[in-house]
Design a protein. Sequence first.
Length: 468
Amino acid sequence: MQITPEILEKLTAILGETFVFTDDETRNHYGHDETEDYVFPPNVVVKPASAQEISAVMRLANEYKIPVVPIAARTGLSGGALSIHQGIGMSMERLNQILEIDEQNLQVTVEPAVITQVLRETVSEKGLFYPPDPSSQGSCWIGGNVAENAGGARAVKYGVTKDYVLNLQVVLPNGEIIWTGANTLKNSTGYNLTQLMVGSEGTLGIITKIVLKLLPKNSHNVLMLVPFYNAGEACEAVSAIFRAGIVPSALEFMERDAIDWTLQFVEGISVSIQPEHQAHLLIEVDGNYPEILMKEAEKIMGVVEQFQIDEILFADTDEQKNTLWKMRRSVAEAVKSNSVYKEEDTVVPRYELPKLLQGIKTIGNKYGFKSVCYGHAGDGNLHVNIIKSDMTDDNWKTEVPKGIREIFELTVALKGTLSGEHGIGFVQKNYMDIAFSETQLQLMKSIKGVFDPNNILNPGKIFPDNLN
């Protein structure tokens, strides 16, 4: 895709010369996210500051049929922000304000480039709670969270991003600006355009304002780390905890290698791990009454003690709690620092986790790759890091895709699906036929066509290459 001098001149007229970039350094910077080592630079990077500027850019792009890719914080793991057809890379970074905190109605209105952790901390100061907490919360943006329907550790009790989005201001591919819903907790008025936008990965519209529901902040929590001698039993314990009547606020699974690599990679974490430990569960309960939380913790202990476990570590101080959460949130970076890898984002009903874990290991042995697994076990979401290690480049390119397809086939056979929170984007799109029939995919693509008949907004994502 070529951007002519005439188009550049028009972009500059809309945004000003300061916010239109064609140099290689800037283009490359905005041409990648955290998805493996892919780099797809756009022809030009623009940095609008309002819905009106975005609208003008989209009208221009729609007229000339120029691809446009909305670019958030580039922390994604599915290649959703990659400009695979070049065109215009639209960085949202200047739309970065928390516009209103409505303490009366427990709502907040934000622009898309607000950092998730900044939002959580800001509302926390007012006694409010925004639950979604992806591991990259210190750098990812709310807009990207909405586009990918991000989750996080506390999704098991509180839900994912979609459960907190009430209303969205969106710029459509033709430049029109709309609101998708209403700032109400209930809405049965017409089709749910708000939820259609959530998780659409920037293919239907560009989100410019977000109205989110908040909760009152809980005042207490209890956090424990449970070491298991058998990784499969750790997965079995997850379902057993829920069947016992406990809904933790977080329930995380970490395989032995995930912890070992993290302890090597991250300074300041001191956790005693014995050689016999194969996996750990990090379990949190929260609420306002410490005596109730302790009873819940005791009940959890009674459940996990039915399995082969070692001594449970209770985090007694905020410092200990922060250390354990730092260990869990650092796993992805630790794996990335150790080896070339591919990360898959499988999700199954939580009772099927042991079968999924065992199946992944069996498939890895079949195709010659090692895997490191961790994730949000409480809602059945297992992140699978496939490690290149000593595999040949040829086997990495030819055998691993076969193994990934079998992992997804197993996941779907266990009544799960391809992604729990990372999205499909560029890297998973050619596996979509495993989860959906051609009829289902054509329905989705037809929806895309209604919103974006010229296919200019984030083209080449979600849908398989062979879908007509």
